[in-house]
Design a protein around this ligand. Structure first.
Ligand code: ADP
Ligand code: MG
Length: 604
């Protein structure tokens, strides 16, 4: 959380309050429009807490809004009224009569509990499977509301809800929603979730429990949307189940998408734009008087207009108008950049206990292809082991199995004698296994610092971000990345991106570090510089390093031991000198024909 976040949030709050004051002083339809705008904004911000940070679109949030509107309506309706309109309601609901505040609290908690139950399933799904499931949620809740006639009046109008939502209430809740959404985005939770949005696998490998982060944001977002549901119910006084179905889902999604769902500024911009356009189109739809000529009623104009806006914006800017830009981050000078006290910075790395990682007869089959066949190897703290072999020999697969990213078909992986084969990647990360990826997998939309912070936070959770920041500084310094710390990761040069991968892996303060072709795509100069830095790692951090690379001179100079894989088998193992003379190795590398040439390369 930075000073900038808070000042930025303050800016939005001032904007909302100013809008509310102006609208209230004008009154009439402007005031009503603004109340609806505030309610929509709360819903959109709520949806954004989940969708914006996780990257998963939800069609289901209107279900939460609907549940909230009905529940708080029932809880607050005068008992005498309920006797007439909801004559068959269960007694505890028929007799309930809460004030606005208590009803809101009860409703929001209830909706969050529902979201928790649903979320356990949804948080396990990725991308469009999750999205489709949210659509299912919307349809199911719609069906339940129609079916539960005793308390909802089915598809008939539900009326008699006290009209307690005025501009003050709506504006206050919108302010709350803005603060929650903006602060959440920059919180540890938001950061981890955004990392998983950018690269789910890499986030897992850096210790992020993606499901848990999704669940947290899902429940929080349902809570915010529930507030919007309570407000709209108490604003309209009477509504029907249609209010919480596709048409409104579409309108709110339009707000979310058009502005750019990744940011709070985007939600705000989208809500403003779509509200203005809808108001305008609604007037046209109803027919307007132009210089005495009455235009005909044009049903559907609003929907079509909003649809066209979505098409146009998506065509031009697929990330929405503001894309990933957060206004406060642009407007407020870099000066406010969050810097930790530098005292902690030159600190030496925290000591990790010595350990032993073992692979015992690991086998991995992919649909008939045996990528690994009973591969065994050991890696001790303080040791640098090279893993080499021709393309397709199974090196990356072995790292994937040992880091928990792929389940082994057979065999065990142990840390200090403890079986860790069944553990997911994020658990292994917490146990001290860290890695880089052959195909760079950075959190592209985030800064270099944030990339590294994600993994540092695994070791030093939210309560002690200070130590996490110190670790980030140390990792950046070690990999000579200080000058690009605030740069967006995806814009860096190839070589620097590989360095960020190493820094990010270092920030977990691992006991075992796997480097999958860290020098791939680097020129000689960059490779040499990287090698010098890697050599320093062992002395400075003391972890065991398992390094895969095609640059044999690099491997030979860097490693204490080399393991050679060929077609999923270990064909040689030992000190670099002996391995490079091994005829099997020479043959595996270029076949019999080229063995003389490769012998040259290997002994270079
Ligand atoms: P290396 O890293 O040594 O070049 P890999 O471990 O990437 O080799 O691949 C080993 C073998 O397993 C290759 O034949 C590759 O095609 C296959 N393989 C790797 N990953 C998968 C996967 N996810 N699904 C199917 N086959 C795979
Ligand atoms: Mg590979």
């Amino acid at each position: 959380m930075t000073a900038r976040t808070w000042i930025g949030t303050g800016g939005y709050v001032v904007f909302l309050i100013a809008a509310a004051l102006i609208a209230a002083s004008i009154g009439g339809s402007i005031e009503r429009t603004l109340v609806v705008f505030f309610i929509s904004l709360i819903a959109v911000l709520g949806m954004g807490v989940y969708s914006g940070n996780s990257g998963i679109l939800s069609f289901g949030h209107l279900a939460f809004m609907g549940i909230a509107a009905y529940l708080s309506g029932i809880l607050t309706m005068p008992v005498a009224m309920k006797k007439v309109t909801l004559a068959h309601a269960p007694t505890f609901l028929a007799n309930a009569h809460l004030d606005f505040f208590s009803a809101t609290v009860v409703t929001v908690l209830f909706v969050m509990a529902v979201a928790l139950v649903v979320g356990v399933v949804i948080s396990r799904l990725d991308g469009s499977s999750a999205t489709i499931t949210t659509l299912g949620l919307l349809v199911i809740v719609h069906g339940i509301i129609i079916g539960a006639r005793e308390i909802t009046r089915g598809s008939q109008s539900f009326f008699g809800v006290p009209r307690w939502t005025d501009i003050t209430v709506a504006a206050s809740c919108a302010v709350l929603a803005i603060v929650v959404a903006r602060v959440f985005k920059d919180s540890v939770f938001g950061l981890k979730l955004r990392a998983s949005r950018d690269d789910q696998l890499a986030a897992g490998a850096m210790g992020v429990n993606v499901r848990r982060q999704r669940l947290i944001s899902w429940v929080l977002s349902a809570g915010l949307v529930a507030i919007a549901g309570v407000l709209i119910g108490h604003f309209l006084g009477a509504f029907s189940v249609k209010k919480f179905y596709f048409v409104d889902t579409f309108a709110l999604l339009a707000m979310l998408i058009v502005g750019g769902m990744a940011t709070v500024s985007g939600a705000l911009a989208g809500a403003v734009l779509i509200t203005l356009v809808s108001e305008f189109l609604r007037r046209i739809e109803g027919g307007v008087d132009i210089l005495g000529y009455q235009t005909p009623q044009l049903f559907g104009t609003t929907q079509i207009g909003i649809g066209l806006i979505i098409l146009l914006v998506m065509y031009k800017k697929s990330g929405g108008l503001l894309d990933r830009l957060e206004l406060d981050e642009i407007v407020l000078p870099k000066l406010l950049k969050d810097r930790v006290a530098t005292a902690a910075r030159r600190s030496s790395p925290p000591v990790v206990p010595d350990g032993l990682l073992e692979a015992r007869e690991i086998t991995k089959a992919f649909d008939g292809l045996l990528a690994l066949d009973k591969v065994s190897l050991a890696l001790k703290s303080g040791e640098i082991v090279g893993l080499i072999g021709p393309n397709g020999s199974g090196k990356t697969t072995l790292l994937n199995v040992l880091s928990g990213m792929l389940p082994a078909t057979a065999g065990t992986a142990l840390i200090d004698g403890k079986d860790m084969t069944p553990l997911p990647a994020y658990r292994l990360a917490s146990m001290g296994v860290s890695r880089t990826f052959q195909n760079i997998r950075l959190f592209g939309s985030m800064s270099v610092r944030q990339n590294v912070l994600v993994s540092a936070l695994d070791k030093w959770p939210s309560s002690s971000t200070r130590s996490a920041d110190a670790m980030v500084d140390l990792a950046l310094e070690t990999m000579k990345l200080e000058s690009v710390a605030e740069t967006q990761a995806s814009t860096l040069s190839y070589g620097d991106q590989r360095r960020v991968e190493v820094a990010r892996a270092l920030a977990l303060n691992p006991r075992f570090l796997f480097l999958d072709e860290p020098a791939a795509g680097m020129n000689r100069e960059e490779t040499d510089a990287l090698m010098d830095d890697l050599k320093g790692l062992r002395e400075q951090f003391g972890m065991g390093i398992l390094i895969v690379d095609h640059d044999l001179p690099l491997i030979m100079r860097l490693c204490d031991r080399v393991v050679v894989l060929n077609e999923g088998h270990v064909i040689a193992e030992g000190e670099p000198q002996s391995v490079q003379k091994n005829p099997k190795v020479i043959e595996a590398y270029l076949g019999r024909k080229g063995s003389r040439q490769v012998a040259g390369t290997l002994t270079e």
